[in-house]
Each structure stands twice: as C-alpha cells, then as structure tokens.
Design a protein around this ligand. Structure first.
Ligand code: GRF
Length: 201
C-alpha cells in the first residue's frame, strides 16, 4: 500500500509514517515525499530514509491550476494508493483531488478552528479542550469528511508552541493508526461517513 506524503515544514508527522513503514506489518510504506518549497526538514527526513522527493513550487507556475496539474503528475509517477497531506500548507486543487484519495491531519477538532492558525485560534477563543482531526480532503479548507479525532486538554499557561507540541504528539500517533488501518482494512465513504474496514483493499 503506497503512500505519497506532502509536507511544507518540519515533517514530524512524516517521520512517524516513515518509522511505522519500517515494520512490514504496518501494511503501508512511504514511496515518495512531495513539498511546495525547498530546504525544509521534511525533505531532509525523506532523504535520510532513502525515500525519493520532489518539489513543486506554486511560484514556478503561471496559474494555480497549472501548479496543481504538475503536482498531480509528479504524485502519479509514484502510483500511490493514498496521499497524506501532513503539514502541507497549500490548498490542493481538482487535478490532485480528482486523481487520488487524500487525507489531511489538522491540529484542532474540526469543524472548530479550520485554517492555518488552528492552535492560536483555539487558544484565543479560550477553549479548554481542543485536539486533532484526520479527515479526507475535499475542495474546501479543512471541510472534508472526518475519519478520526482525538481530544487534547488546554493546560493553564499554555502558549501556541506548548499546546501545538502536545497536540502533535497525539496527532502523530492517530495519523499512523488511521493510515495503517486504511491500508490493512480498506475504507469506504458514504456521504460524510468514512468507514475503515469491511471493504476489499
Ligand atoms: C501539524 O500539526 C499539522 O496538523 C499542521 O502542521 C503541523 C505539521 O507538523 N497542519 P509536522 O511538519 O508534521 O511536524
């Protein structure tokens, strides 16, 4: 079960998938890592693991559509069963989304706090519990069907960095769990309900 992982930053979620892939019983392996920028730790993690990488920068294309089409073509070279957006900071377009199932990990309990500043927004709102969400990606921003969620408590004295770090610890475990189960048990979607297991591959 082939995974292409898309990253824009530190790539600790990617690292969790790379580490899980080392065990054949996981049922999935990262076959390539794509990014929208150079020089990020996520790409270095892939290189250290001997996984091929590619970079497709929005600024190299005249339109977002052409960027999206090129990104879809680069992903397709690796024939993934699933694309994982793990801290990928660009909105995917119809070429990518039409060609592959994509899951994203988000550091809040959607539909609360979508967007790029989810952790800061949750803190500013004053919630006592936030968390993380693994969801299928659709054309909207953090609007796709939820696959799994886990709560994380906001502690006294938390700032954005401490809270995000606590969320990411949970997020990495949940992402590995969900992707592994999707690979081993298959999944199906009916409306907004995503069901893992009970289907072929
Ligand atoms: C994660 O919290 C992800 O949900 C958010 O950005 C973070 C990425 O972390 N969109 P990393 O690059 O996997 O370390």
């Amino acid at each position: 079960f082939r995974l292409v992982v898309l990253v824009s930053g530190s790539g600790t979620n990617l690292q969790a998938l790379l580490d899980a892939s080392a065990d054949p019983a996981f049922g999935a392996r990262v076959v390539a890592v794509g990014a929208d920028r150079d020089g990020i730790e996520g790409l270095a993690r892939a290189e250290r693991a001997g996984v091929p990488t590619f970079v497709v920068k929005l600024s190299d294309f005249p339109t977002r559509q052409e960027w999206d089409a090129h990104l879809a073509a680069r992903i397709a070279e690796h024939e993934p069963n699933l694309v994982v957006s793990a801290g990928f900071m660009k909105i995917l377009g119809p070429h990518v989304l039409g060609a592959f199932p994509v899951v994203n990990t988000h550091p809040a309990l959607l539909p609360a706090f979508p967007g790029t500043h989810a952790v800061r927004d949750a803190l500013e709102y004053g919630v006592r519990v936030t968390g993380c969400t693994i969801h299928l990606v659709d054309a909207g921003v953090d609007t796709g069907p939820v696959i799994a969620q886990e709560p994380v408590r906001v502690e006294e004295g938390d700032d954005e960095a401490t809270l995000h770090e606590r969320i990411k610890t949970v997020e990495r475990r949940l992402l590995v769990d969900v992707v592994g189960r999707m690979a081993r048990e298959g999944w199906s979607v009916s409306g907004r309900r995503v069901r893992i297991g009970g289907t072929e591959g």
